[in-house]
Ligand binder design. Sequence first.
Ligand SMILES: [Zn+2]
Length: 342
Amino acid sequence: MEIKYITIFRGVDLSERRLPILIERGKEPGPIVWLCAATHGDEVSGIEVIQRIFNYLKRNSLKKGAIYALPLVNPMGFEMIRRENPYDDEDINRNFPGDANGNTTERITNAIFNSIVETKPDLVMDLHADSQKSIPYIIIDRPMGAKAGIKEAIEKSWELAEKFGITVMYDIDVEGYKKYNVDKSLTAALVNRNQIPAFSVELGGPKIIDERFVRIGVNGIKNILNHFQMIDVKEKKSGPSHSEIKIKTKERLELVENITSSESGIIEFLIKPGQFVKTGSALAKITNVLGKIEEIIFATKDCYIIALNDYAVSFPGDSLLGVAVAVKTQNEDNKTQSAPKG
Ligand SMILES: [Zn+2]
């Protein structure tokens, strides 16, 4: 394994702040695959996934191409168990492709973006973590503008994502996507500006290394490398089988904005991640401290439950759960209002 560094800046103590890039090269030229993790400092499962992939490659050499990995995009956030970059409180994954003369986060994202793009990748996988009570899933970006090749890059991203073996869905519609700056995520910038296939993988369990999600991530990446014929997977899969973790539907899914509560209270969910619910189904109950029901949250459309909030408490306007719908229902009324966390 080769290690390179992206120098981000020199600190007040004169130490160089650097991001390591792990590189494993195959014997022959071939596909270039990138992995990124912990861009949100509290979304940690991807760090472990990358370590296991590189350990696997010590025992099973790469047949062709190269794998690059940024195992810890936000080391400062990771050390402080925080989503944002603590230097300027910016969300790194809402600041791509960045700016060499911009704020601290924009300088970091610009250096990362250029390091990735110059290798001309065939695929970039950005590892994130939704809540502990979530299914593992992949988010595919939306086209921003009509530039040639964007739609093809997004379709290619979807096709490759299907090889991973977990549920794949489009991000929220373009309006919400822009409203919450998701159009400035790493993967959005890659597909839209450079037409590089890319997707985000949500492997739940923020703040902790959850063995189940780690195995799903490792298996998925091996499936992708196998698809590119960069490795030969002979060993039996050690994680849950695909049928256990993938939503069974022939329709393409898309995220809609998270469902929120109107009242403060203690949350009791009445559904489970991965479950399909019909319009009008009760999703959650909000009770006050005396045990009186303040609110019952109902599904406003047929949807699949993707992620439930990890907290026991809700406040008015608080995000409670993330859901996805079949793409055909995208123009229906949507009464929810908060950004997905991914
Ligand atoms: Zn994230």
